[in-house]
Design a protein around this ligand. Sequence first.
Ligand code: COA
Length: 249
Amino acid sequence: MSDHIIVERRGAVQIVRLNRPDKKNAITRAMYDAMAAALRGADADDAVRVHVFLGAPGAFSSGNDLQDFLAVATGGDHGSDVFDFLVALATATKPVVSGVDGLAIGIGTTIHLHCDMTFATPGSLFRTPFTDLALVPEAASSLIAPQVMGHQRAFALLGMGEGFSAEQARDAGLIWKVVGADDLEAEVMAAADALAAKPPKALQLAKKLVKGPREPVLERIREEGELFLQQLKSDEAREAFMAFMARKK
Ligand code: COA
């Protein structure tokens, strides 16, 4: 496994750091795999009380790796890496704190719908260009986003592909707080440490109650996944991925 995902333990906090800055932290299948394993491992480990997700300066993530999408679109196997990660995230029993600086595209945005406290810097951009890529919302975002921010803002995000600044994301309820870039990691870790200092069982019960039943979320992940795969293999999606690749030449 490469060092594109760095997993670190600090006391009772596990930090999963996306570390592929040359590609703006685009997430490959191997990275989903590593993140799923880290989440599952820490969630089952009594020594860990809080999960943390961090990106790189300027890029939390540019979303799913478009080369990987193109590989599936042109007949490759899609595997279960993304699904496994989403299930691990949606069913995590311990609080998840995340920190965003810069780009948060596609799953770089929808991941935070599953987090319990997200901090972002003023220059951050939350955007999900699913329909521009001829794709559909994923990660149960089509279920959770309308609950969090109401239908119209959710549609602007997921259907229109409208970009949300950190302040707009906070006002929409997508994230918890906007903090200065120099303070991001310290703020994230302070929240994680404060959570880790609480009675763990009570904290997990609180999370469970606040999140509500998981079955509809898992069902939506599956439903979206089928449509996503169907669209991924469509001519219009293939064209969109090729257009992105061609743009780079
Ligand atoms: N998948 C694969 N590679 C990606 C990527 C992605 N999602 N996002 C960025 N990259 C790569 C670029 O191809 C480029 O690689 P190169 O230097 O080898 O050519 C590198 O990361 C830097 O990206 P670049 O486009 O030059 O940076 P930028 O700051 O001008 O733009 C983005 C950043 C994120 C706005 C732009 O790269 C983009 O639109 N990426 C696609 C985002 C996307 O659609 N994600 C899927 C959502 S479902």
